[in-house]
Design a protein around this ligand. Sequence first.
Ligand code: HEC
Ligand code: HEC
Length: 238
Amino acid sequence: MNCQNCHLKAGTQSWAGSFGSVASLFPRMSDRRGSAETVNQRITDCFERSMNGIAPDSNSREMVAMKAYILWLGKDVEKGKKPKGTGLEILPFLERAADPQKGKLLYVSKCQSCHGTNGDGQPDSGAEYRYPPLWGQHSYNTAAGIFRLSKFAGFIKDNMPFGSNYANELLTTEQAWDIAAFVNSQPRPQKNFKQDWPIIQSKPVDLPYGPFSDSFPVLQHKYGPFQPIAQYKKSHPL
Ligand code: HEC
Ligand code: HEC
């Protein structure tokens, strides 16, 4: 996979993982890390998680170049500001659990033609993908942000099927959550960084692995309904 598979149009497309607020917000507190995170560390995270790979050294030409590009994109944004459309959209929670069975039917009709019956995508003639994989050994691993239902659903609602965008969406919020539930229940590389989320209460509601600071079942942390967990967290602040 490559960065643009998720950060569309080299990270310039609104609500498609746009990099527009990296320069203004980094270094930034990361709850996952439990401390401030630099741009280099954030890129490394995507290499190790979203691409299930190994990051180049922070002094390598590639790393220096990617960082320079991403910071240049946001160079005119005022420090501390997050322009609308950067990152991903945060969708409202469903009142019910997201449904992988419904998601499977939607996958077959709306996604399979490009991403494949086995979710393994379709390689191009070089070393990359014409259609990137959504599960299987070459996909993102279980420590990736997009393995969380909310991130996956937010990304596809605004960007998939390919050709749609935030101003011309082809999925409803409900469909996006159900497809996320289906895709993120398929097999993929397992990775568990023991040092993640050192403060357990700061874990997002939709992380399907413990330890948890509440007693909701693992399945509810995976598929929802998330509102009761969010409410519990609100009434038991850090
Ligand atoms: C499988 C999808 C995927 C791939 C591939 C991927 N990323 Fe990401 N990346 C994400 C997600 C999801 C986020 C979190 C976005 C959010 O929460 O708004 C993210 C966040 C980031 C951020 C922080 C953006 C911000 O505004 O906070 C940077 C920088 C970044 N990625 C760089 C890269 C680079 C460079 C590559 C290629 C080496 C890459 N990513 C590959 C999914 C991906
Ligand atoms: C017409 C072909 C097409 C269809 C249909 C399509 N996609 Fe994609 N999808 C793509 C392409 C192409 C990319 C990579 C974009 C790029 O590299 O610029 C992509 C990227 C993705 C990504 C991020 C990269 C990854 O592999 O993890 C996800 C997630 C995704 N698609 C999910 C879906 C879902 C879910 C559906 C059905 C609702 C869908 N797509 C339908 C072509 C398609």
